[in-house]
Design a protein around this ligand. Structure first.
Ligand SMILES: [Zn+2]
Length: 325
Protein backbone atom coordinates (compact mmCIF):
# COMPACT_ATOMS: atom_id res chain seq x y z
CA UNK A 1 0.00 0.00 0.00
CA UNK A 2 2.84 2.39 0.79
CA UNK A 3 4.10 2.17 -2.78
CA UNK A 4 0.80 3.68 -3.86
CA UNK A 5 1.30 6.92 -2.03
CA UNK A 6 4.37 7.65 -4.13
CA UNK A 7 2.16 8.30 -7.14
CA UNK A 8 1.67 12.00 -7.67
CA UNK A 9 -1.69 13.48 -8.49
CA UNK A 10 -2.33 13.87 -12.20
CA UNK A 11 -2.06 17.66 -12.13
CA UNK A 12 1.36 17.58 -10.50
CA UNK A 13 2.99 15.66 -13.30
CA UNK A 14 4.77 17.54 -16.05
CA UNK A 15 4.01 16.68 -19.66
CA UNK A 16 6.45 14.14 -21.05
CA UNK A 17 9.08 15.58 -23.36
CA UNK A 18 8.69 13.36 -26.37
CA UNK A 19 11.01 13.43 -29.35
CA UNK A 20 8.15 15.08 -31.25
CA UNK A 21 7.93 17.87 -28.68
CA UNK A 22 11.66 18.32 -28.48
CA UNK A 23 11.71 18.69 -32.23
CA UNK A 24 8.99 21.31 -32.02
CA UNK A 25 10.85 23.28 -29.36
CA UNK A 26 14.12 23.13 -31.28
CA UNK A 27 12.49 24.50 -34.37
CA UNK A 28 11.01 27.36 -32.35
CA UNK A 29 7.46 26.12 -32.63
CA UNK A 30 5.53 25.94 -29.36
CA UNK A 31 2.63 24.10 -30.89
CA UNK A 32 2.35 20.34 -30.37
CA UNK A 33 3.17 18.84 -33.72
CA UNK A 34 0.65 16.08 -33.31
CA UNK A 35 -2.24 18.54 -33.14
CA UNK A 36 -4.23 18.36 -29.87
CA UNK A 37 -2.19 17.70 -26.69
CA UNK A 38 -2.23 14.08 -25.55
CA UNK A 39 -4.48 13.33 -22.58
CA UNK A 40 -3.27 13.22 -18.98
CA UNK A 41 -3.80 9.46 -19.04
CA UNK A 42 -0.61 9.15 -21.09
CA UNK A 43 1.53 9.68 -17.98
CA UNK A 44 0.67 6.07 -17.09
CA UNK A 45 1.66 4.73 -20.52
CA UNK A 46 4.87 4.66 -22.49
CA UNK A 47 4.61 6.25 -25.88
CA UNK A 48 6.06 4.01 -28.55
CA UNK A 49 6.21 4.60 -32.29
CA UNK A 50 3.97 7.17 -33.90
CA UNK A 51 1.19 5.61 -35.97
CA UNK A 52 -0.48 8.79 -37.24
CA UNK A 53 -0.46 12.48 -36.30
CA UNK A 54 -0.99 12.67 -32.52
CA UNK A 55 -1.45 8.89 -32.23
CA UNK A 56 1.09 6.51 -30.76
CA UNK A 57 1.52 2.89 -29.87
CA UNK A 58 1.06 2.56 -26.12
CA UNK A 59 2.40 0.34 -23.35
CA UNK A 60 1.01 0.33 -19.81
CA UNK A 61 3.71 1.25 -17.30
CA UNK A 62 2.19 -1.05 -14.67
CA UNK A 63 1.32 -4.28 -16.49
CA UNK A 64 3.15 -3.87 -19.85
CA UNK A 65 0.01 -4.45 -21.93
CA UNK A 66 0.40 -2.86 -25.36
CA UNK A 67 -1.91 -1.23 -27.91
CA UNK A 68 -1.20 -0.69 -31.59
CA UNK A 69 -2.90 2.69 -31.31
CA UNK A 70 -3.39 4.30 -27.90
CA UNK A 71 -6.83 5.88 -27.69
CA UNK A 72 -7.51 7.90 -24.54
CA UNK A 73 -10.91 6.30 -23.65
CA UNK A 74 -9.48 2.79 -24.08
CA UNK A 75 -6.43 3.63 -21.95
CA UNK A 76 -8.65 5.14 -19.25
CA UNK A 77 -10.83 2.01 -19.24
CA UNK A 78 -7.74 -0.16 -18.92
CA UNK A 79 -6.63 1.68 -15.76
CA UNK A 80 -10.15 1.69 -14.33
CA UNK A 81 -11.08 -1.96 -14.84
CA UNK A 82 -8.46 -4.14 -16.48
CA UNK A 83 -4.95 -3.34 -15.28
CA UNK A 84 -3.61 -6.01 -12.94
CA UNK A 85 -0.97 -3.82 -11.37
CA UNK A 86 -2.32 -0.29 -11.28
CA UNK A 87 -1.58 1.70 -8.10
CA UNK A 88 -4.58 2.26 -5.88
CA UNK A 89 -4.70 6.06 -6.22
CA UNK A 90 -4.62 5.84 -10.01
CA UNK A 91 -7.28 3.12 -9.95
CA UNK A 92 -9.62 5.24 -7.80
CA UNK A 93 -9.12 8.25 -10.04
CA UNK A 94 -9.94 6.39 -13.24
CA UNK A 95 -12.84 4.37 -11.78
CA UNK A 96 -14.48 7.67 -10.93
CA UNK A 97 -13.51 9.29 -14.20
CA UNK A 98 -14.85 6.49 -16.42
CA UNK A 99 -17.89 5.89 -14.19
CA UNK A 100 -18.87 9.56 -14.43
CA UNK A 101 -18.72 9.60 -18.20
CA UNK A 102 -21.77 10.99 -19.86
CA UNK A 103 -23.11 9.53 -23.02
CA UNK A 104 -22.18 12.59 -25.01
CA UNK A 105 -20.72 10.55 -27.82
CA UNK A 106 -23.69 8.22 -28.09
CA UNK A 107 -23.73 7.55 -31.77
CA UNK A 108 -27.08 7.65 -33.44
CA UNK A 109 -27.82 4.50 -35.29
CA UNK A 110 -27.58 4.65 -39.05
CA UNK A 111 -31.19 3.58 -39.31
CA UNK A 112 -32.38 6.82 -37.77
CA UNK A 113 -30.03 8.94 -39.82
CA UNK A 114 -31.21 7.57 -43.10
CA UNK A 115 -31.85 10.33 -45.56
CA UNK A 116 -32.30 8.12 -48.56
CA UNK A 117 -36.06 8.42 -48.56
CA UNK A 118 -36.49 4.85 -47.36
CA UNK A 119 -38.98 4.27 -44.61
CA UNK A 120 -37.21 4.10 -41.24
CA UNK A 121 -38.38 2.22 -38.21
CA UNK A 122 -39.03 5.46 -36.35
CA UNK A 123 -41.45 6.59 -39.03
CA UNK A 124 -44.09 4.34 -37.51
CA UNK A 125 -43.87 5.92 -34.09
CA UNK A 126 -44.22 9.32 -32.56
CA UNK A 127 -40.91 10.66 -31.44
CA UNK A 128 -39.91 13.33 -29.01
CA UNK A 129 -36.50 14.04 -27.55
CA UNK A 130 -35.81 12.52 -24.16
CA UNK A 131 -33.85 14.44 -21.51
CA UNK A 132 -30.23 13.29 -21.47
CA UNK A 133 -30.47 12.06 -17.86
CA UNK A 134 -33.39 9.82 -18.81
CA UNK A 135 -31.51 8.44 -21.81
CA UNK A 136 -28.53 7.69 -19.54
CA UNK A 137 -30.76 5.83 -17.08
CA UNK A 138 -32.27 3.73 -19.88
CA UNK A 139 -28.79 3.02 -21.29
CA UNK A 140 -27.60 1.79 -17.88
CA UNK A 141 -30.65 -0.44 -17.51
CA UNK A 142 -30.08 -1.74 -21.04
CA UNK A 143 -26.43 -2.68 -20.51
CA UNK A 144 -27.21 -4.39 -17.17
CA UNK A 145 -29.98 -6.37 -18.85
CA UNK A 146 -27.72 -7.51 -21.71
CA UNK A 147 -24.84 -8.51 -19.42
CA UNK A 148 -26.76 -10.12 -16.54
CA UNK A 149 -29.16 -12.03 -18.80
CA UNK A 150 -26.41 -13.14 -21.16
CA UNK A 151 -28.05 -11.56 -24.22
CA UNK A 152 -25.97 -11.22 -27.37
CA UNK A 153 -25.05 -7.58 -28.02
CA UNK A 154 -26.15 -7.85 -31.65
CA UNK A 155 -29.77 -8.08 -30.44
CA UNK A 156 -29.68 -4.35 -29.70
CA UNK A 157 -29.73 -3.82 -33.47
CA UNK A 158 -32.40 -6.40 -34.22
CA UNK A 159 -35.38 -4.78 -35.91
CA UNK A 160 -37.90 -6.45 -33.60
CA UNK A 161 -35.99 -5.34 -30.51
CA UNK A 162 -35.82 -1.80 -31.90
CA UNK A 163 -39.53 -1.97 -32.56
CA UNK A 164 -40.15 -3.01 -28.95
CA UNK A 165 -38.05 -0.10 -27.64
CA UNK A 166 -39.83 2.35 -29.90
CA UNK A 167 -43.21 1.07 -28.73
CA UNK A 168 -42.11 1.52 -25.12
CA UNK A 169 -40.65 4.96 -25.63
CA UNK A 170 -40.44 6.47 -29.07
CA UNK A 171 -38.11 9.22 -27.88
CA UNK A 172 -35.39 6.78 -26.87
CA UNK A 173 -32.61 6.35 -29.39
CA UNK A 174 -30.91 2.99 -28.63
CA UNK A 175 -27.12 2.67 -28.76
CA UNK A 176 -25.30 0.80 -31.49
CA UNK A 177 -23.95 -2.67 -30.71
CA UNK A 178 -20.38 -1.30 -30.55
CA UNK A 179 -21.33 1.52 -28.21
CA UNK A 180 -23.30 -0.82 -25.93
CA UNK A 181 -20.53 -3.42 -25.66
CA UNK A 182 -17.78 -0.79 -25.46
CA UNK A 183 -18.28 2.55 -23.80
CA UNK A 184 -21.57 1.81 -22.00
CA UNK A 185 -20.31 -1.52 -20.64
CA UNK A 186 -17.03 -0.01 -19.43
CA UNK A 187 -18.82 2.91 -17.79
CA UNK A 188 -21.25 0.64 -15.98
CA UNK A 189 -18.39 -1.65 -14.95
CA UNK A 190 -16.73 1.30 -13.24
CA UNK A 191 -19.93 2.36 -11.49
CA UNK A 192 -20.41 -1.19 -10.14
CA UNK A 193 -16.75 -1.59 -9.17
CA UNK A 194 -16.88 1.73 -7.37
CA UNK A 195 -19.91 0.61 -5.34
CA UNK A 196 -18.30 -2.75 -4.49
CA UNK A 197 -15.08 -1.05 -3.45
CA UNK A 198 -16.97 1.39 -1.23
CA UNK A 199 -18.93 -1.43 0.42
CA UNK A 200 -15.85 -3.56 1.03
CA UNK A 201 -13.81 -0.67 2.42
CA UNK A 202 -16.57 0.16 4.90
CA UNK A 203 -16.68 -3.34 6.39
CA UNK A 204 -14.70 -5.43 8.82
CA UNK A 205 -14.54 -9.21 9.37
CA UNK A 206 -14.41 -10.02 5.69
CA UNK A 207 -13.68 -13.53 4.44
CA UNK A 208 -11.48 -14.20 1.44
CA UNK A 209 -12.44 -17.35 -0.46
CA UNK A 210 -10.50 -18.69 -3.43
CA UNK A 211 -10.70 -21.54 -5.85
CA UNK A 212 -9.12 -22.53 -9.16
CA UNK A 213 -10.30 -24.58 -12.12
CA UNK A 214 -9.55 -25.20 -15.79
CA UNK A 215 -11.95 -23.61 -18.24
CA UNK A 216 -13.23 -25.20 -21.46
CA UNK A 217 -10.61 -23.13 -23.29
CA UNK A 218 -7.86 -24.61 -21.10
CA UNK A 219 -7.34 -21.43 -19.12
CA UNK A 220 -6.32 -21.84 -15.50
CA UNK A 221 -8.87 -19.59 -13.82
CA UNK A 222 -8.50 -18.56 -10.19
CA UNK A 223 -11.14 -16.55 -8.43
CA UNK A 224 -10.87 -14.46 -5.28
CA UNK A 225 -14.24 -13.82 -3.66
CA UNK A 226 -14.90 -11.50 -0.74
CA UNK A 227 -17.71 -12.47 1.63
CA UNK A 228 -19.09 -9.80 3.93
CA UNK A 229 -20.67 -10.32 7.36
CA UNK A 230 -24.03 -9.42 5.75
CA UNK A 231 -23.54 -12.43 3.42
CA UNK A 232 -22.84 -10.48 0.28
CA UNK A 233 -20.39 -12.08 -2.13
CA UNK A 234 -18.18 -10.02 -4.38
CA UNK A 235 -15.99 -11.51 -7.07
CA UNK A 236 -12.94 -9.38 -6.30
CA UNK A 237 -10.47 -10.76 -8.81
CA UNK A 238 -10.38 -13.32 -11.61
CA UNK A 239 -6.95 -14.39 -12.86
CA UNK A 240 -5.76 -16.68 -15.63
CA UNK A 241 -2.65 -18.28 -14.17
CA UNK A 242 -2.05 -20.77 -16.96
CA UNK A 243 1.50 -19.63 -17.57
CA UNK A 244 2.49 -19.89 -13.92
CA UNK A 245 3.44 -22.82 -11.73
CA UNK A 246 0.78 -23.11 -9.05
CA UNK A 247 3.14 -23.63 -6.16
CA UNK A 248 2.00 -22.74 -2.66
CA UNK A 249 4.50 -19.87 -2.57
CA UNK A 250 3.21 -18.43 -5.85
CA UNK A 251 -0.42 -18.68 -4.73
CA UNK A 252 0.48 -17.10 -1.40
CA UNK A 253 1.89 -14.07 -3.27
CA UNK A 254 -1.35 -13.72 -5.25
CA UNK A 255 -3.45 -14.06 -2.09
CA UNK A 256 -1.27 -11.55 -0.28
CA UNK A 257 -1.72 -9.12 -3.14
CA UNK A 258 -5.51 -9.25 -2.67
CA UNK A 259 -5.17 -8.97 1.13
CA UNK A 260 -2.94 -5.91 0.85
CA UNK A 261 -5.29 -4.24 -1.62
CA UNK A 262 -8.24 -4.67 0.73
CA UNK A 263 -6.34 -4.15 3.97
CA UNK A 264 -5.20 -7.00 6.25
CA UNK A 265 -7.18 -5.56 9.18
CA UNK A 266 -10.45 -5.98 7.31
CA UNK A 267 -9.99 -9.69 6.63
CA UNK A 268 -10.69 -12.25 9.34
CA UNK A 269 -10.53 -15.56 7.48
CA UNK A 270 -9.29 -17.23 4.34
CA UNK A 271 -11.22 -20.20 2.94
CA UNK A 272 -10.40 -22.69 0.19
CA UNK A 273 -10.57 -26.37 -0.65
CA UNK A 274 -7.86 -28.69 0.57
CA UNK A 275 -5.65 -29.22 -2.47
CA UNK A 276 -2.08 -29.54 -1.20
CA UNK A 277 -0.78 -26.30 -2.78
CA UNK A 278 -3.74 -24.20 -1.66
CA UNK A 279 -3.66 -25.68 1.83
CA UNK A 280 0.01 -24.76 2.14
CA UNK A 281 -0.62 -21.29 0.69
CA UNK A 282 -3.32 -20.75 3.35
CA UNK A 283 -0.84 -21.78 6.01
CA UNK A 284 1.77 -19.31 4.69
CA UNK A 285 -0.80 -16.50 4.81
CA UNK A 286 -1.96 -17.48 8.28
CA UNK A 287 1.59 -17.42 9.54
CA UNK A 288 2.25 -13.99 8.06
CA UNK A 289 -1.10 -12.55 9.19
CA UNK A 290 -1.87 -14.29 12.52
CA UNK A 291 -5.29 -12.63 12.87
CA UNK A 292 -6.51 -14.21 9.60
CA UNK A 293 -8.08 -17.60 10.35
CA UNK A 294 -7.07 -20.51 8.16
CA UNK A 295 -10.37 -22.24 7.25
CA UNK A 296 -11.02 -25.34 5.16
CA UNK A 297 -14.19 -25.04 3.06
CA UNK A 298 -17.02 -27.02 4.68
CA UNK A 299 -18.98 -27.22 1.39
CA UNK A 300 -15.97 -28.87 -0.21
CA UNK A 301 -15.78 -31.35 2.71
CA UNK A 302 -19.49 -32.21 2.33
CA UNK A 303 -18.96 -32.63 -1.40
CA UNK A 304 -16.12 -35.10 -0.79
CA UNK A 305 -18.15 -36.99 1.82
CA UNK A 306 -21.13 -37.17 -0.56
CA UNK A 307 -18.88 -38.48 -3.36
CA UNK A 308 -17.51 -41.19 -1.04
CA UNK A 309 -21.03 -42.17 0.05
CA UNK A 310 -22.39 -42.57 -3.49
CA UNK A 311 -19.35 -44.69 -4.42
CA UNK A 312 -20.40 -47.26 -1.81
CA UNK A 313 -22.25 -50.23 -3.37
CA UNK A 314 -25.17 -49.81 -0.98
CA UNK A 315 -25.69 -46.14 -1.94
CA UNK A 316 -25.18 -46.94 -5.60
CA UNK A 317 -27.87 -49.67 -5.46
CA UNK A 318 -30.23 -47.35 -3.61
CA UNK A 319 -29.80 -44.56 -6.16
CA UNK A 320 -30.31 -46.90 -9.13
CA UNK A 321 -33.42 -48.31 -7.50
CA UNK A 322 -34.93 -44.88 -6.91
CA UNK A 323 -34.04 -43.55 -10.33
CA UNK A 324 -36.86 -45.49 -11.98
CA UNK A 325 -39.56 -44.69 -9.43
ZN1 LIG B 1 -1.94 -2.00 -17.12
Amino acid sequence: MDTLTSISPIEAIEPVNTPVNQQAQQSGKEKWLGGRPLGAVWQHFSRKSKVSPGKFEAECKYCSKTWKRGEVPILEEHLASHCSNVPRLVLREYIQKVGARENISNKKRKLDKSTTGQTTITAFHDSSDLPEARTNRINRALVKFFVCCGISYKIVEHLLFLDLLKELNAGYDPPTREYLSGCLLETELCVINDKIEEDIMNQQNLTLALDGWTSGRHQSIWNFVILTPSRKEYLYQLLDLLSNLHTAEFLAVKIEDVIEKIGPNRISAIVSDNAANVKKARAIISEKYPRIENVRCISHCINLIACDIVCHTFADRLLRKNRYR
